[in-house]
Ligand binder design. Structure first.
Ligand SMILES: [Mg+2]
Length: 243
């Protein structure tokens, strides 16, 4: 079983200012469909987005496995129970939201994205100085008031979650779920490094864009990922049909 696991934003979709306006590149979406239709081949999206948001922007049907909230939420089987949090975790999610909204209200251009297990402060549309100040402010306040939560700094985003799950956990879990013997993973953000770390010998990791990485391969942009996936779908089709 080959597992093709994919970050969404900045990997098969181009980053856009309005996160809800994102969508996969047509060539990438086509390759994803082609791969998922092949025998002995599973496709999963592994994203920091909440599952609901991931379904909305990706349009992924039930044949695509989903890990959302950086491995905090899954859609692997129809009817699987939704994420369940303890009272304390729910309280912490609420307090986190209050802190982020307060910081955001003082920093024009920033925006809060709410997820089932945490919140993210988006800095992409703020001026550099404002973004830097908001970043320091939110880190300091969350550390002081909610020291137990997990911080996930990303590209133009400061995210905090009551769950410590990572994209590496997601890779482990999906690999076991499908019985993968080989895995492909590509992604563009800091949190994708956890996924690259979870790869085994013989797996393929591809970093998209600039920045330090554990991945052995790198391409400049999502359009290049679409090319990889299209070629992978062709080669995989030939391979599974020849068996
Ligand atoms: Mg990404």
């Amino acid at each position: 079983m080959l597992l093709v696991a994919l970050d969404f934003d900045g990997n098969i979709s181009v980053h856009v200012d309005d996160p809800e306006a994102a969508g996969p590149l047509p060539e990438a979406a086509e390759a994803v469909e082609a791969l998922s239709a092949l025998d002995s081949t599973s496709v999963a999206l592994v994203s920091g987005r909440a599952i609901d948001s991931l379904v909305e922007v990706s349009g992924a049907g039930d044949h695509i496995l989903l890990a959302g909230s950086h491995g905090g939420e899954y859609r692997m089987e129809v009817g699987a129970p939704p994420l369940s949090l303890s009272e304390k975790e729910l309280d912490d999610v609420e307090r986190l939201g209050a802190i982020l909204h307060e910081v955001s209200s003082r920093h024009p251009g920033t925006a809060v994205e709410s997820k089932p297990a945490g919140h993210a402060l988006h800095l992409r549309n703020a001026d550099d100085e404002v973004a830097l100040d908001a970043q320091h402010d939110v880190r300091r306040r969350v550390l002081a008031e909610l020291p137990g939560v997990t911080a996930r700094p990303g590209k133009d985003v400061e995210e905090f979650s009551v769950l410590a799950a990572t994209k590496g956990d997601a890779i482990e879990r999906i690999r076991a779920h499908v019985g993968a013997t080989a895995t492909y993973y590509s992604g563009d953000d800091l949190t994708d490094e956890d996924a690259f770390r979870a790869l085994h010998d013989g797996d393929v990791g591809v970093k998209v864009g600039p920045g330090d990485t554990l991945a052995p391969f790198r391409v400049p942009a999502p359009v290049d990922v679409a090319v990889i996936l299209t070629r992978l779908a062709e080669l995989r089709a030939t391979h599974v049909r020849s068996r």
